[in-house]
Design a protein around this ligand. Structure first.
Ligand SMILES: Cc1ncc(COP(=O)(O)O)c(C=O)c1O
Length: 269
């Protein structure tokens, strides 16, 4: 019997839909308390100190590159075996993606190939945990420290991953995640960053919304409160609507991963 594997079927439950409706009936459809709650829960899931919700993984990667002020004359070493967003974000900030080969068995960037591609212009490694398999983060961190490079993890495919006891975002400087329609944790469009650095977290929180010191929900105290623009940011803040769809899915993410695995095995036999 031939069974077709669907493009994707989301796993939204009655609880997720009820959470969405609660937000629809509230004042803040945009960034507010629900995003904050999701961020805390997500950070704890990936064992990082902080998480910041954004509109997509593409925005998350671009924000990470902008934090480090990478631009013209900078080279970022990355992998050609990824979705186009990975290299695109390097182009967005005016830096140059430098592709190195991948390991034949995992499809992940080959740590041994990176050193040969490092030049005085190399500033960072943008690595991709392809299809849920994590790169060798311990070896990557060692190499990056030797050459004073930052590591940005494109973890669009890998929220649940762990290798040698390391989760995404634990050894990299920043990790970026996707909640696009086809991802294991999905809300249609959405993304997040995780990090363990207070300064990066503080910058990301403001930079995801124009660089404003406080967003509308922070200032909503039934009287006018002003904000400052501290830095030139982007406009990619996650909304309460997105967070409401995501927050309860996190509880069942591991169970969902197991059931997806069994589904695919079933399709193959
Ligand atoms: C490896 C990888 N990086 C980045 C992205 C971009 O994610 P988003 O659609 O959330 O911007 C994707 C999307 O599929 C991806 O597969």
């Amino acid at each position: 019997m031939i069974r077709k594997i669907e493009f994707y079927r989301h796993n939204l439950s009655a609880k997720d839909k009820a959470a969405l409706l609660d937000v629809v009936d509230s004042v803040f459809l945009t960034t507010g308390k629900v995003v904050e709650q999701f961020e805390k829960k997500f950070a704890s899931y990936v064992h990082s100190s902080h998480a910041v919700g954004v509109m997509s993984c593409t925005h998350a990667l671009e924000l990470a590159l902008r934090y480090f002020q990478f631009g013209h004359d900078d080279e970022i070493i990355t992998t050609p075996l990824s979705f186009i967003a990975t290299a695109n974000t390097i182009e967005y900030v005016g830096a140059r993606p430098v592709f190195v080969d991948v390991e034949p068995n995992t499809g992940n960037i080959d740590v041994r190939a990176i050193e040969k591609a490092i030049t005085p212009r190399t500033k960072a490694l943008m690595v991709v945990h392809l299809y849920g398999q994590m790169c060798d983060m311990k070896a990557l961190r060692k190499l990056a420290d030797r050459f004073h490079l930052k590591i940005i993890e494109d973890s669009a495919h890998c929220i649940e991953g762990m290798r040698d006891g390391v989760r995404p975002g634990q050894l990299g400087d920043v990790a970026a995640y996707s909640f696009y329609a086809t991802k294991n944790l999905a809300c249609g469009e959405g993304g997040a960053l995780s990090c363990n650095n207070e300064n990066i977290y503080d910058w990301l929180l403001r930079a995801r919304q124009h660089g404003m010191s406080r967003n509308a929900a922070d200032r909503y105290h039934k009287r006018y409160e002003h904000y400052d623009m501290d830095l030139l940011g982007m406009k990619c803040n996650m909304s309460n609507l997105q967070a409401a769809l995501l927050i309860n899915q996190l509880d069942d993410l591991d169970i969902f991963l197991d059931s997806m695995f069994l589904y695919f095995v079933d399709c193959l036999i």
